[in-house]
Each structure stands twice: as C-alpha cells, then as structure tokens.
Design a binder for this molecule. Structure first.
Ligand code: IPE
Ligand code: IPE
Ligand code: MG
Length: 256
C-alpha cells in the first residue's frame, strides 16, 4: 500500500461494505446474536444516509453470502425476517432521500417474504437519482462469475458469440448489475482480512480498508476516516506513480 501525506485523490464514488461482527459485538455485551443483527440493521440506516449526504453514487452492502446458509436455521430465518422488515420500514425514507434500491445475488433461493418486499422497494425507488443502495443478498462472487459464464456459454452455443472474441467487458456485461459503477473502496468491519466471496470480479483494483470496529458500532466518523484514508492512497492500476523518474532511455543513451 502506498500512502501520500495529503489527500490528493478524488473521493470514492462506489463503496462496498462487508458488514461483519454483529455476533461478536452481541456476545461481548452478553446478548444473543439476534441482538447483534438488529443493531446491525440500525447501522445500515445510519450509514446509508451518511453516504448519500457525502454524494456517493453507489453503496453496496454485503448482507447475506451464498455461504451464510450454513448457519443454524434459526439464525437464517431471523436474518430473512430482518431483511423483510428493513425493506418495509425503510421504503418511504429511501424514497424521500432519492435513494434507489437494487439487489445482487441469486434471488430465486430467497423466501417469498423477502422477494415481495424487495420487489416493492425496487419498484417504489426506481427513479431515485441521488444514490444507489445495492444489497448483496444470497450473493457470492464466484456464483456471479459462474452465472455470467453460463450466459456467455448459452450465447456461444446458439452461435451468437464467438468464444475467441470474448473480452472482459463481455463478461462484465453479464454480471448481476451490469451498469455498476467501478468499485473504488471495500470496507470490512470487525477486523478479518479477507473478502469472503464479496464482489470478486469488481474488487480487482478496489482499495481495501479494514477496521476492528464491529458493524453495530460503525458510524459516520468511521466512514469519514475510511474515505480520508482512501484519498491519501495512490491508485496506479498497474502504471507508474505520477512522480516516477522517467525510465525511458534518453536519445543520447540510445545513440551511444
Ligand atoms: C455479519 O455479522 C452479518 C452476516 C454475515 C449476516 P456476523 O453474524 O458474521 O458476526 P460475527 O462475524 O459472527 O461476529
Ligand atoms: C461475510 O461475513 C458475509 C457478510 C458480511 C454478509 P461472514 O461472517 O460470513 O464471513 P467469514 O465467515 O468470517 O469469512
Ligand atoms: Mg462474521
């Protein structure tokens, strides 16, 4: 990681957050894991509104991974109920704040109560132009790439696509949200240094920022700190730093 002393880059336009640590936060307070998930839902509201105030184009929140089905049935059921309740209770507020709700993931496996609320929120907020809030639910980065490959393979089999002509942009066009703005920054709360299958394709050149703060305690100041750190990073995308010495041989060296 290369850091510059002053904030030199523009702020991120698209931030993805791995909202982790609900269970550990609750355990530390002697509460059941369910209390951690409820507190986490309140953080979602706070951070979404702050992100919109900051002028982000998109905030993508990792709410439920394709691997989270392996948790006890009771916890999965509680999470699904919380998603439905969050979607219902926040609909008006999202609408008022000009926030468009979108979703990525394998939706067909979700219970009807979540699907119905999702459909209603996406429909109600579809003209929201201030910011997009994208929820990753039953989302897995590998599944997303597999699903895109299936779509490309189907077109190739139908004779509509030459396999040798497939480029990265063709695959990107088959991802769950093809018009997703480039992912600038991934924040992970609660300290783990891993992606846990979040936005694998999109993470290629995203900056990473990990905090020990568990999701229920993550607040506007934490988000501001992550963004300030981001602005001190130098993103090179494989190129050279702006102030790198010019390593091209000089014309005299070539002659000599
Ligand atoms: C994140 O918190 C919420 C989800 C993954 C749904 P966790 O439930 O993973 O909390 P920890 O990691 O056990 O503390
Ligand atoms: C990542 O958290 C998934 C979400 C935040 C939805 P996990 O708690 O599932 O990740 P691992 O198991 O620690 O990698
Ligand atoms: Mg966790």
């Amino acid at each position: 990681m290369s850091e510059r002393p002053a904030e030199t880059s523009p702020g991120p336009r698209h931030i993805g957050i791995i909202m982790d640590g609900n269970g550990r936060w609750a355990r530390r307070l002697g509460l059941p894991r369910s209390a951690g998930h409820r507190a986490g839902a309140r953080t979602v509201r706070r951070i979404t509104e702050h992100a919109a105030r900051l002028g982000l184009r998109q905030l993508t929140l990792y709410a439920f991974s394709s691997e989270n089905w392996s948790r006890p049935e009771g916890e999965v059921r509680l999470l699904m109920r919380l998603f439905a309740r969050y979607l219902r209770s926040e609909r008006e507020r999202l609408l008022r704040n000009g926030i468009r709700l979108r979703v990525i993931g394998r939706l067909d496996a979700l219970p009807a109560l979540v699907l119905d609320e999702l459909a209603a929120s996406m429909e109600a907020t579809r003209h929201g132009a201030r910011m997009t809030l994208c929820l990753a639910i039953n989302y897995g980065g590998r599944n997303e790439i597999v699903d895109a490959c299936r779509a490309l393979a189907a077109r190739a089999v139908a004779g509509k696509l030459d396999p040798d002509a497939i480029e990265a942009e063709d695959l990107a066009a088959c991802l769950y949200q093809p018009d997703m703005p480039p992912l600038d920054l991934i924040i992970r709360t609660a300290g783990e240094m891993r992606l846990s299958n979040f936005l694998l394709w999109q993470a290629a050149y995203a900056e990473l920022w990990v905090t020990e703060v568990p999701w229920p305690e993550f607040d506007a100041d934490c988000l501001d700190r992550a963004i300030a750190d981001f602005r001190r990073r130098e993103r090179r995308f494989g190129g050279l730093p702006a102030d790198a010495p010019d390593l091209r041989p000089s014309p005299t060296a070539l002659r000599g």
